[in-house]
Ligand binder design. Structure first.
Ligand SMILES: Cc1cc2nc3c(=O)[nH]c(=O)nc-3n(C[C@H](O)[C@H](O)[C@H](O)COP(=O)(O)OP(=O)(O)OC[C@H]3O[C@@H](n4cnc5c(N)ncnc54)[C@H](O)[C@@H]3O)c2cc1C
Length: 418
């Protein structure tokens, strides 16, 4: 009977062990999780959970009993510190050794640190774990001053949650608009307006200084993450911005797979490498890796897309990029993905409340032209009103997801409840 060992008890790790059992694997499965928790999803940590609206139980991949019931040896609070590929064993912090026949590395990513904030003397936080989210929430409240560095998704969501809790919030972003590289100017402007309209002091094109952090009750840094690939590198696997995997998610050692945020995948459709830090990728790569661990020969072909359902201020956004050759588009309005490359990006606007507060810095870009509006079926059976179209930025990043071909289109859309 063979043994499959999984390093990393995040969403990818939790999903791969699930898929292995669902796929009929009857051998031993050992799942090492450095955190003191069973695998859980991170998106709520900057959204409903951070706002105190949903319990953490909703975020777990499975309830506590599932692992024992499915004969998965889940070892929480246990970090793997070495992989010995010759002996085919992994070593944990307490010196114990666990043999494997096949290994999956799903060690995820860790927040990039900012020396300016760390050395500022202010309380500083990064958001990756349940404990991080709990700690950040403790600082929220009327009259509290929260400074956020970085207007990416996590920075903006923390800003929104802090604002909802009555805190004064200042966000520093070096780009001219939040999420500019990801969304392009038209849709990024929507997010700038949204946060300004809700009283967030959004400082764009800004270089944050130590002086800016003085007097803050909490400084939250959201400047991106780095793949946690040191273990793989020390084991002699090929690593370059994550662990290099082939189309089937195999590393340079055929008995070792890597999936999720840590994997830099040779994408067979895009024809280049891509490392994607998305919830969906963690799940879908885990499924394909499980099939291949069980003797399959599947390429991971899924196109990267971005989908975020941020309930903050009643907004939801979704974005995708797929060639028309694939039929698995998640964005459902007809015509949206037509054209030679068929890439589309959208934002969905719902129930935006009236404005509150007067931000010190507000972007002044005019609203989209109404001439381009039309109504189409949208996400989850709702209807969306398309407010604007604009080309996406040509520069791609792993976080952006959309990458395919030319002729990209961005849609700024507002839902019309049916
Ligand atoms: C606050 C937040 C909000 C997000 N919101 C969204 C969203 O709205 N939409 C979206 O698509 N994506 C979102 N993401 C990104 C998404 O959560 C990640 O892409 C996803 O978690 C990746 O899963 P993973 O399993 O690859 O890595 P991770 O979730 O990072 O899990 C890796 C796990 O491995 C453990 N580990 C690491 N090294 C070892 C070791 N040596 N031994 C044992 N265990 C180890 C880590 O402790 C960690 O628990 C968000 C992320 C965060 C932090």
């Amino acid at each position: 009977m063979s043994t499959i060992v999984v390093i990393g008890g995040g969403l990818a790790g939790g999903t791969v062990v699930t898929s292995l059992r669902e796929g009929g694997f009857e051998g031993d499965i050992v799942l090492f999780a450095a955190e003191p928790h069973a695998p859980y999803e991170r998106p709520p940590l900057s959204k409903d959970y951070l706002m105190g609206k949903k319990p953490i139980e909703k975020a777990y991949v499975h309830d506590e009993g599932w692992y024992a019931a499915h004969d998965v040896d889940l070892r929480t609070d246990t970090e793997v510190v070495a992989i010995d590929r010759d002996a085919k064993v992994v070593r944990t912090t307490d010196g114990a050794e666990q043999p494997y026949d096949q290994l999956v590395i799903a060690t995820g990513a860790v927040p990039r640190h900012l020396a300016l904030a760390d050395g500022s003397g202010a309380h500083t936080a990064y958001l990756r774990t349940i404990e991080d989210s709990d700690r950040i929430r403790e600082f929220f409240g009327e009259g509290r001053r929260i400074v956020v560095i970085g207007a990416g998704w996590i920075g903006l969501e923390v800003a929104a949650a802090a604002r909802e809790a009555g805190s004064e919030v200042t966000v520093f972003e070096s780009a001219e608009l939040p999420l500019l590289r990801v969304l392009g100017p038209t849709v990024a402007q929507v997010f700038a307006d949204l946060h300004c309209d809700h009283g967030v002091d959004l400082r764009l094109g800004a270089t944050v200084t130590a002086e800016d952090l003085r007097g803050a009750d909490l400084v939250v840094v959201g400047v991106g993450v780095a793949p946690k690939a040191t273990l793989a590198e020390q084991a002699g696997l090929d690593v370059d911005n994550g662990i290099l995997v082939d189309a089937r998610l195999r590393t340079s050692d055929p008995s070792i797979f890597a999936i999720g945020d840590v994997a830099n995948h040779d994408h067979p459709v895009l024809g280049r490498r891509i490392r994607v830090e998305h919830w969906d990728t963690a799940i879908e790569q885990a499924k394909v890796a499980a099939a291949n661990l069980l003797g399959g020969d599947q390429d991971y072909e899924r196109q990267p897309y971005f989908s975020l359902i941020s309930t903050t201020w009643g907004w939801s956004t979704g974005a995708t990029a797929r060639p028309t050759t694939t039929s698995r588009s998640r964005v459902t309005w007809p015509g949206a993905s037509s054209g030679p490359s068929g890439c589309v990006m959208g934002s969905l606007w719902r129930r935006c409340r009236p404005t509150t507060g007067t931000p010190a810095t507000r972007s002044k870009r005019p609203s989209a032209s109404r001439a381009d509006r039309s109504t189409r079926p949208g996400f989850h059976g709702s209807r969306v009103e398309i407010l604007a179209r604009a080309p996406l930025p040509s520069a791609n990043s792993a976080a952006a997801g959309p990458t395919v071909g030319a002729g990209r289109t961005a849609l700024r859309v507002r839902s019309v409840q049916t």
